[in-house]
Design a protein around this ligand. Structure first.
Ligand code: GLN
Length: 272
């Protein structure tokens, strides 16, 4: 179809993009396209569809056009105020669930939650967990609260805080975060979806390490003995994050790759 041709070379997944935009205009699930391949768009729907394809051709992320992105099988409302949840961050959720497997009623903190993706995914798997999620922007906190309420995951509370600044001192079993970690000079910032995401969610000083270092510095005051800190980071930052954790006094420090085989997350335990 012509729309698909128009997206070739501009998107990594022109077929998927066209299907998603078409279903959005039809207000139908994707299975509808296979069940009713012959059906045609009404003139108004076609106009709407062309407009959405034009937005995609201009580079706008699919998640922003649809206003939604699935993460850990949860449909999450997204907005240009936050990072669009990435499949690679699901690896962080899997690791967090592994860390918590033996613990009952764990207390979890998700710093810089954005859409609420990590906190809500953990809440959906662990109804016994008590989860606090923070973001520095009150508008983003409102978006995460909306996602929580839509999904009915009442064991997540939201708080407006820049990292630990406004988190009342308390002890968590696990602190998890996907902070901004991209070097301000990284050329990828001018390509693809990230052009439409807020730099506050992507970019950090000190070659992308500033927020990771600040979280590592303060986390021990908020961890129980044996509690863990689990961080997402850039594919080339594993060694720097491990060093920062070890220098701060964390034990059992280790890293793991994402679905693309890139070292993407590192964790450590606070044993003292
Ligand atoms: N993983 C994202 C990217 O590569 C960045 C996420 C972040 O900075 N926390 O675009």
């Amino acid at each position: 179809m012509a729309m698909r041709q128009r997206l070739m070379g501009l998107s990594d997944s022109p077929d998927l993009d066209v299907s998603l935009l078409l279903c959005h205009c039809l207000e139908k699930p994707r299975s509808y396209l296979y069940s009713w391949p012959e059906s045609e768009l009404a003139p108004e729907q076609e106009k709407h569809f062309r407009h959405l394809v034009d937005r995609r051709i201009a580079g706008e992320p699919i998640a922003h056009i649809l206003g939604e992105r699935d993460f850990w099988s949860l449909p999450l409302a997204v907005s240009p105020l936050t990072l669009i949840p990435r499949p690679d961050t699901e690896c962080l959720v899997e690791r967090a669930l592994g860390i918590l497997a033996e613990q009952v009623n764990p207390k979890i903190l998700d710093l810089g939650t954005g859409t609420g993706a990590i906190a809500l995914a953990l809440a959906s798997e662990r109804s016994d967990a008590d989860i606090l999620a923070s973001d520095f922007s009150s508008d983003v906190v409102a978006l995460a609260e909306r996602n929580r309420d839509t999904l009915g995951l009442s064991n997540v509370r939201l708080v407006c805080s820049s990292w630990f600044d406004s988190i009342p001192v308390q002890r968590f079993n696990l602190i998890v975060s996907n902070p901004p970690y991209i070097d301000p000079d990284d050329p990828h910032l001018s390509e693809g979806d990230v052009r439409f995401e807020p730099s506050s969610a992507l970019v950090a000083a000190e070659g992308g390490m500033a927020d990771l270092r600040s979280i590592i510095g303060a986390a021990p005051d908020y961890l129980i003995a044996g509690g863990e800190l689990l961080l997402e980071h850039g594919y080339s930052q594993g060694e720097q994050v491990r060093t920062a954790l070890i220098e701060r006094g964390f034990s059992n420090v280790a890293s793991q790759a994402d679905y693309g085989g890139n070292e993407r997350m590192t964790w450590g335990a606070w044993l003292t």
